[in-house]
Design a protein around this ligand. Structure first.
Ligand SMILES: *[C@@H]1O[C@H](CO)[C@@H](O)[C@H](O)[C@H]1NC(C)=O
Ligand SMILES: *[C@@H]1O[C@H](CO)[C@@H](O)[C@H](O)[C@H]1NC(C)=O
Ligand SMILES: *[C@@H]1O[C@H](CO)[C@@H](O)[C@H](O)[C@H]1NC(C)=O
Ligand SMILES: *[C@@H]1O[C@H](CO)[C@@H](O)[C@H](O)[C@H]1NC(C)=O
Length: 547
């Protein structure tokens, strides 16, 4: 499977729920608090372990003058560096390295590290990495060297090393330095994306579940394909495709559409749009792009072109090309300014981009144009909530709650209304009310395993009772062993409990079930963060597990 354009509820939810918008934040958040524990001492000890004494009295004097000379060369190197004379500085640091007695490991590490600064200015990444590696061999707790090697590794495309090094630095800095955390997060996103692409390339296209496809189509209130009425006695390719859609025989759709397109039939544009939609659902991005572009540049009716533009915009979001994505939305809005789908989907993109002001006004417009569209209505409520929260606007919070209450009245069968409102309430620490809402959602949608995951999350926020939460989430897996949200959540719980190895297995399971590229990128980021933390912890003998 793979990228499916916009899904009604993307996976930013979990991160928001746990209060950590950054993927790496999940583990770090907890580890940070663990530094108040004995582990804190361990890192302090590790940091202190780097003073080296002279053990040979006889050589002490000679060494002293040698180190003096090296220090002078270094000082000259620093002056040259600050004057922007990097080649000269490199020469001086070379001399300092040569002059430095080998037992002065920490000083020697500094000189290598100094020389790597010059190479960094010259953008000579291999040399930067090499010198930092020397420095780290001599002083394994050298934060600056980790950070610099991480930058060089990132620049030269070695994201695994970049992540490992920035993780080492974050641990040594006790997660207190914001810039390192931000760097870690950026590297994680890029690495997650890279791993997601690699995994998708290897994966055979798999049709998503029937439920997923149904939900996908339900996110469009003005779906031009649903609106075409094909006479019952018609036998063309598109008629067959429509029939296949109706009976959920999704594997036949692409072939039937291709027949219509090849025959240049009367529904060729509808067929192109529908085929593109299934290419999207199957993660066949390139083919989806070609079909969508053909629809968009054709003389097909406006609603068809607009729907193609919305889908292509979502595809651009998946590929993180925000500019092109917004361009398509804006073209769509010019063509069909009263089409609520445009604003609803653009709102989702803004939500993902954390552009809350724009997100709220998009959803408001979508609802204004189509007040009966439950998904848009509820997303509007939720976006309004995030907006109010961001601006600490108490009055707006009250309004949002009234809006949610109204949503429950308007759409009593819509599980998502209960779920998002419950999330809002648990954010506000109204646990009892939130739990009651999840139970109400279960009454509406009793086979929905993700509801137990949500209940587990409330449990976790309410009492940090890991065992109780895990029990609820395991219930979700018993109901549906393909519930990726359950594996993802369990994985993050194990990170928080310090069981990094177990978390890796769980993230792996979630990745195998992931449906969209965004979701996969997010999951790989979580897994890569845990893997890097595990590696560094093992190297230094740090143990994070909750005893
Ligand atoms: C060289 O290392 C010293 C000690 O860490 C530092 O104060 C100085 O700024 C470094 N110089 C350069 C050019 O990085
Ligand atoms: C299909 O049936 C309609 C009446 O329901 C008729 O007018 C039309 O000519 C038929 N078309 C074909 C292709 O048989
Ligand atoms: C919304 O639904 C109500 C009742 O089903 C209906 O009367 C009204 O016309 C609908 N509004 C729109 C904009 O579709
Ligand atoms: C379960 O509820 C969630 C709400 O978070 C919804 O998005 C999802 O489609 C539902 N799944 C099933 C299988 O009904």
């Amino acid at each position: 499977m793979a990228s499916t354009g916009s899904t009604p509820f993307p996976k930013w939810q979990l991160a928001i729920l746990l209060g950590a918008p950054l993927a790496i934040g999940l583990g770090y958040l907890y580890m940070r608090s663990r530094f108040e524990d004995p582990e804190k001492k361990k890192v302090a000890e590790l940091k202190a372990k780097t003073t080296i004494s002279l053990d040979n009295e006889d050589n002490a004097k000679a060494a002293e003058s040698a180190i003096d000379r090296a220090m002078k060369l270094k000082a000259a190197g620093n002056r040259a560096f600050h004057a922007g004379e990097y080649d000269k500085a490199i020469e001086l640091y070379n001399d300092a390295i040569e002059a430095c007695p080998s037992e002065r490991a920490v000083d020697l590490a500094t000189f290598y590290q100094n020389r790597s600064a010059c190479y960094e200015k010259r953008e000579m990444w291999e040399q930067v990495k090499e010198d930092c590696t020397f420095a780290l061999k001599l002083n394994e707790k050298y934060v600056k060297a980790y950070l610099r090697r991480s930058r060089a590794a990132e620049k030269s495309g070695d994201l695994v090393l970049a992540l490992e090094d920035v993780t080492s630095a974050c641990i040594l800095e006790r997660f207190q330095v914001q810039s390192s955390l931000v760097n870690a997060d950026r590297i994680l996103k890029a690495l997650g994306r890279q791993h997601a692409r690699e995994a998708l390339d290897k994966r055979d296209p798999v049709m998503p579940s029937k439920h997923f496809i149904k939900t996908y189509f339900s996110a469009f209130s003005e779906d031009p394909i649903a609106k075409v009425n094909v006479d019952a006695n018609e036998t063309c390719g598109f008629a067959n495709a429509k029939k296949a859609l109706e009976v959920q025989d999704y594997d036949s759709v692409v072939k039937a559409c291709t027949e219509e397109i090849d025959a240049e039939g009367k529904y060729k544009y509808e067929a192109l749009l529908l085929r593109a939609t299934f290419y999207l659902l199957l993660g066949r991005h390139e083919e989806a792009h070609i079909d969508l572009a053909n629809v968009i540049t054709s003389d097909a009716p406006t609603k068809i072109r607009v729907n193609a533009l919305i889908k292509r915009a979502s595809l651009f979001t998946q590929l993180e090309n925000t500019e092109k994505c917004l361009e398509d939305f804006s073209t769509a809005a010019q063509l069909d300014p009263d089409n609520s789908d445009i604003y609803h989907h653009r709102g989702q993109v803004y939500l993902l981009l954390e552009r809350m002001d724009e997100a709220t006004s998009e959803f408001a417009k979508a609802v204004e144009l189509n007040p009966n569209f439950s998904i848009a209505y509820i997303q509007k409520c939720y976006a309004d909530y995030r907006h109010a929260q961001l601006h600490k606007n108490i009055g707006a919070l009250t309004t949002v709650r009234a809006d949610f209450e109204r949503a429950l009245e308007l759409f009593p069968r819509c599980a998502d209304a209960y779920i998002l409102y419950a999330q809002v309430l648990s954010d506000q620490q109204e646990w009892g009310r939130a739990e009651a809402l999840f139970d109400a959602a279960l009454a509406v949608d009793p086979n929905n395993a993700t509801l137990y995951v949500h209940k587990g999350l409330v449990q976790l926020q309410k009492s940090t009772d890991f065992d109780k939460a895990v029990k609820l989430i395991n219930k979700a897996i018993d109901m549906d062993d393909k519930c990726d949200f359950a594996y993802e959540t369990l994985g993050t719980i194990e990170v928080q409990r310090g069981n990094l190895r177990r978390s890796l297995e769980l993230f792996e399971k979630a990745i195998r079930l992931a449906k969209t590229e965004l979701e996969m990128t997010h999951l790989f980021s979580l897994k890569d963060a845990a893997a890097a933390q595990l590696k560094v912890s093992e190297r230094w003998g740090l143990d994070w597990t909750v005893s």
